[in-house]
Ligand binder design. Structure first.
Ligand SMILES: NC(=O)c1ccc[n+]([C@@H]2O[C@H](COP(=O)([O-])OP(=O)(O)OC[C@H]3O[C@@H](n4cnc5c(N)ncnc54)[C@H](O)[C@@H]3O)[C@@H](O)[C@H]2O)c1
Ligand SMILES: O=C(O)C1=N[C@H](C(=O)O)CCC1
Length: 251
């Protein structure tokens, strides 16, 4: 049995993870912690893998603490910048098990979203225009979504590798309507009661358009990906920091 502890266990995602870990035949719940609880309770004796779903403002501190405790971590919380990822790598190198420590971060654990991202990167070099629209529940604290940032960066990298010009855009006045620009790709965020987690990637050429859309209607959609990551970290995942569920899928 893989012993799993959950940090952020009372949250929307954390509570689903607790249920998924309890329901799977090869995982057992060790500790379920939330704000105010001491992460020092989590040790290699009681935990094989920690799953962390909290808020972007605290996730880095939690991950650094857990690395210091010598436990492997699956992170679903968003808000990861290159600077924060560099701090994680440094903490692994200086931590108690630099050769074997595993940290896995994924902006999205839903297969639909991971595939949408993958297809978008494949399509990127064939279209002059590209924009991303993410649509989420209104209780989400960060915008744009971690997934949309990841998608926009992937599209931008593919366009750069193909030597493409910037996306065409004659906008002269913009009060914010053109969204946030991430590596040259415009990203728009919608917050609407009734939605869960959704993303559309729009590609355009003269006379044609391709739309790639992923919809997570329910948080249970993230659980197979979370459990896959837990099993990989308890098994043959490489040591060090890995970002993105695509690394664990045979794409
Ligand atoms: N990777 C994915 O597939 C995926 C899917 C959905 C959500 N998310 C992300 O996961 C994060 C959590 O989303 P949510 O909807 O569950 O949020 P939420 O607000 O419902 O839950 C966050 C939980 O973290 C707890 N928390 C806050 N500070 C803490 C601390 N210092 N230590 C321990 N617990 C603490 C809160 O009390 C709360 O219970 C967000 O960043 C969201 O974008 C990722
Ligand atoms: O509900 C959320 O919050 C989600 N956050 C992630 C993101 O920001 O990409 C994944 C989708 C759901």
């Amino acid at each position: 049995m893989i012993k799993v502890s959950v940090v952020g266990a009372k949250g929307r995602m954390g509570s689903h993870v607790v249920a998924a870990v309890n329901n799977a035949s090869d995982t057992e719940l060790s500790l379920a912690l939330d704000a105010g609880d001491d992460l020092a309770q989590i040790t290699p004796d009681n935990t094989d893998v920690v799953v962390e779903f909290t808020v972007p403002s605290v996730s880095l501190t939690n991950v650094l603490t857990l690395i210091g405790q010598g436990v492997d971590v699956v992170v679903g919380t968003t808000g990861w910048t290159d600077e924060k990822l560099a701090q994680v790598k440094e903490a692994i190198a200086k931590g108690p098990k630099p050769e074997t420590q595993k940290v896995f971060i994924a902006p999205n654990f839903a297969i639909s979203a991971v595939l949408a991202d993958y297809f978008a990167v494949k399509a990127a070099r064939y279209f002059e225009s590209a924009e991303v629209i993410e649509l989420h529940h209104p209780t989400k604290v960060d915008a744009p979504s971690g997934t949309a940032i990841h998608t926009a960066r992937g599209i931008a990298e593919a366009r750069k590798a193909a030597g493409m010009a910037p996306v065409p855009d004659a906008t002269e006045t913009d009060g914010g309507s053109r969204g946030q620009v991430i590596d040259g790709i415009h990203v728009h965020a919608v917050r609407l009661r009734g939605l869960n987690a959704h993303e559309e990637v729009l590609f355009g050429n003269v006379g044609e358009q391709l739309t790639i859309r992923a919809d997570s209607f329910d948080r249970t959609s993230f659980m197979p990906g979370v459990l896959l990551a837990v099993r990989k970290l308890a098994g043959d995942a490489p040591a060090g920091l890995t970002v993105g569920l695509d690394h664990f899928l045979d794409l």
